[in-house]
Design a protein around this ligand. Structure first.
Ligand code: LLP
Length: 422
């Protein structure tokens, strides 16, 4: 993982020691390398520099305003899946004309607010949604730009919980219904169907599924253009995977070569919605060992970070590399690395070879820049983890640790009841 390395026997983020961060703000704490995010974004953007391309960062991967602001300053747009994410993107400085709004359940209020903000396009997932957007826009004398998200029925070869482009998933409109939905869209007063979109899943580690899906999408776009639809953008979605456990990462040059080849006959804008690729390997979760417990048949490192802080191992059986902050060459032996939550699924690694460590030692859980802090909760009445952004030899607290009082100060043991009126 670039951005993180041992300097003088201690793990650093860029030039800042993780031990110093733990002392300053405590643990568990997410630490991101700004330089890594920027460099990764630039690689992605550079790969499409010879095409008209808009990179809409998938806000859900890591929605901290400091991360969004960094990417906005690089020129990124945003892919949002709630009005909350749209507002975060705007607050971070993303131009509304670079924001796409996706998601299967957009409410009328969300659609109204997004129209007021003036976003670039809605990525529409169903016929009733299309009609709702048209009605709301037309009532305000507006025409909303939309992409219909097509379900290309391609197996992305990823974890079942994050595959989205197979027939039977709740996402998008089936390819065989696409032309009739576009024909219907053309009759709606509040809609301009300006784009086609896809997103087939996340943590995809080969180019082949993208190529299969994009080939279908481009063929559809060309048929739609021939039928007179004003298609000027193809949204290729996100999904490019990262190495967590020695997987060969997708070479972004090879991905770009494929996209440019498959879309060669399309003169319009190419859009992308990368999330994990841009931030996943730019972050770690820094945690302290509270106890080393020797059971009769195994040894446990019990951390102060739990599944509420990082749920990916419990939810997807995800593998995260875990390393000692103090550099050590001592012989590793298998341990279980677990957290404090009262569930057996609160475990980060089983039988993981680790060096001998003691209470108070710090560990870094790697590849925790995406879908990590963003998915944290306060389950077990635990404060959300703090977040830190490092730039060179400086760091900033980008999410302070809240006091425990904040967790329940708006609740009451004797709440005031009101009559329901029914
Ligand atoms: N576009 C759409 C419409 C999406 O649904 C997603 C992610 C993305 C873009 C960004 O995908 P990425 O480039 O990050 O793969 N929580 C899971 C991942 C869920 C992904 C959901 N959709 C995890 O921790 O692995």
């Amino acid at each position: 993982m670039s951005g993180f390395s041992y300097i003088a026997g201690s793990l650093h983020a860029e030039q800042v020691s993780l031990t110093a961060i733990a002392e300053a703000v405590g643990t568990p704490t997410y630490v991101y390398s700004g330089d890594t995010i920027r460099a990764t974004y630039r690689d992605f953007a550079e790969a499409f520099a010879d095409r008209d391309a808009l990179i809409c960062y998938a806000v859900k991967a890591n929605s901290n305003l400091a991360v969004l602001g960094l990417l906005a300053r690089e020129g990124a747009g945003a892919d949002a899946v709630s009005i909350g994410e749209v507002k975060r993107a705007v607050a971070a400085g993303v131009s509304p004309q670079k924001i796409v709004f996706a998601g299967v359940a957009k409410s009328a209020t969300e659609i109204e607010e997004a129209l007021t903000i003036g976003i670039l396009q809605f990525n529409v997932e169903s016929l009733p949604e299309l009609e709702r957007i048209s009605a709301i826009a037309a009532a305000r004398g507006l025409v909303a730009d939309v992409a219909i998200r097509i379900n290309p029925d391609v197996d992305a070869g990823t974890h079942a919980k994050i595959t989205t482009g197979k027939k039977g998933n709740k996402f998008g409109i089936d390819l065989d219904q696409a032309k009739s939905v576009y024909a219907h869209a053309a009759t709606l007063p509040g809609i301009r169907a300006a784009a086609v979109a896809m997103h087939i899943g996340s943590q995809i580690t080969t180019v082949a599924p993208f190529e299969a899906a994009l080939t279908r999408l481009v063929a559809l776009a060309q048929e739609l253009i021939a039928d007179g639809h004003p298609i000027t953008r193809i949204d290729c979605g996100g999904g490019v995977g990262i190495p967590y456990h020695g997987e060969a990462p997708i070479d972004i040059g090879a991905y770009a070569e494929m996209v440019k080849r498959v879309t060669a006959g399309f003169p319009g804008t190419l859009m992308f919605e990368p999330g994990r690729y841009l931030v996943g390997n730019a972050g770690v979760l820094l945690s302290r060992i509270e106890y080393v417990k020797q059971g009769s048949d195994r040894r446990f490192y019990i951390l102060d970070a739990g599944m509420n802080d990082l749920i990916r191992p419990a939810m997807y059986e995800a593998w995260h590399e875990i390393i000692s902050v103090r550099e050590t060459a001592e012989t590793p032996a298998p341990v279980d690395i677990v957290g404090p939550i009262c569930e057996s699924s609160c475990i980060f690694a089983k039988d993981r070879p680790m060096p001998p460590l003691v209470d108070g030692d710090l560990l870094a859980i790697l590849s925790a820049g995406a879908y990590s802090a963003a998915m944290a909760s306060s389950y077990n009445t635990r404060a959300l983890p703090a977040e830190i952004l490092v730039e060179g030899d400086q760091f900033a607290v980008i999410k302070p640790r809240r006091s425990l009082d904040d967790l329940f100060s708006d609740e009451s043991p004797a709440p005031a009841f009101v009559t329901s009126g029914v």
